[in-house]
Ligand binder design. Structure first.
Ligand SMILES: [Ca+2]
Length: 348
């Protein structure tokens, strides 16, 4: 069951989109990992318009939790609630050793439980490439709900009736986030934590609160070779050089090498670093290849492929002045997704 985020939060997402991106990913086919720590911004029920500040890392007491960042007990840094409970906050953190339990800033064991019983933790992720899939795991004292760009993707316990699942701080709950919940560019992940009223408890020491979570976002990177990119095949040399090697140009002329790679949303990728190398790999007359690897001469000052924003393509003007008529030349472009674009042309 997917529920909409609170109204004030939905409006606030526009503000969040203007915040500096906390995480940036620009490498194709990569994975963005995240964990709960003080890099997340905490907000109260008042919404994203009024942040409480950086999330506060917390411990249940001096000996709990016991795994991940808490192996050996409460490290220096996090606030220690000094709660008189052992065996709680036992959710296994060994697979996310840098994840911290977090809560609202300024809260400690002496703080009234009436302060910040409901806290949102939010962070923006600037994703250059389309998302293939994503997962997030959460444990909570006492309940939690996860949102991606304002859409609920999973609930721990019942945030509307806090405390309905008393074991939610001892186990992790894993959710798969549909790729369709993400957009190209800035995305906001929000985890809502709700503390449950404990009979007779007036302070956080008696009724501690926290959430701990982690996750991964797998980026799809470039489109597979052979698919269309703005009307032409991606990962393939474009006109005027025929991809089948049949082109013959006049010796001494400039031969523009052009190509595109698109992301999974069909956007041609122009970020620096797409081309990792460009070589003239061999030349031959008739059947005898030389097998030499040479840098490619250019007719422009560019030493590398140039991004042509107008035509949304990469271009390199190959000079053939130093090449010989009657020969065929083989080139290889290597891209930062590991793929290779090979092409050849002859000179007359
Ligand atoms: Ca609690």
């Amino acid at each position: 069951m997917r529920r909409a985020l609170l109204t004030s939060w939905t409006a606030g997402l526009l503000i969040a989109a203007l915040m500096p991106a906390a995480v940036s990913a620009s490498t194709p086919a990569s994975t963005v990992s995240f964990v709960s720590d003080s890099s997340w911004t905490a907000y109260s029920d008042a919404g994203l318009m009024s942040p409480l500040g950086s999330a506060e890392e917390v411990c249940l007491n001096s000996t709990n939790p016991t795994t991940g960042a808490y192996a050996g007990g409460c490290p220096s840094g996090p606030v220690n609630f000094n709660a008189p409970y052992n065996g709680a906050w036992a959710a296994n953190l060994t697979t996310s050793p840098t994840a911290y339990w977090i809560w609202a800033p300024g809260v400690d064991g002496s703080t009234s439980v009436a302060v910040d019983p409901t806290v949102y933790f939010s962070k923006t992720f600037d994703l250059t490439y389309a998302v293939r899939d994503a997962t997030i795991w959460v444990a909570a004292d006492n309940d939690a709900q996860v949102f991606v760009n304002g859409t609920s993707v999973g609930t721990v316990g019942d945030v509307s009736t806090p405390g309905s699942d008393s074991s939610s701080y001892n186990q992790t709950y894993s959710f798969t986030i549909p790729a369709t919940d993400f957009v190209a560019g800035t995305n906001v992940i929000t985890v809502l934590g709700v503390n449950a009223p404990l009979s007779g408890a007036t302070t956080y020491q008696a009724d501690p609160a926290g959430v701990v979570f982690g996750g991964t976002i797998d980026l799809a990177g470039y489109e597979p070779s052979g698919t269309t990119c703005l009307g032409d095949p991606g990962h393939q040399i474009l006109a005027p050089i025929a991809s089948d090697g049949s082109s013959i140009f006049k010796q001494g002329s400039t031969v523009p090498a052009k190509f595109r790679v698109c992301d999974a949303l069909g956007n041609s990728i122009g970020t620096p670093g797409v081309v990792t190398s460009f070589y003239l790999t061999s030349y031959h007359d008739g059947t005898s290849a030389t097998g030499q690897t040479l840098a490619v001469d250019s007719t422009t000052p560019d030493t590398a492929f140039r991004w042509d924003s107008t035509n949304q393509q990469w271009i390199f003007n190959i000079s053939t002045k130093s090449l010989s008529a009657g020969d065929t030349y083989d080139y290889e472009i290597t891209l930062n997704d590991g793929s290779v674009i090979d092409f050849s042309f002859g000179l007359k």
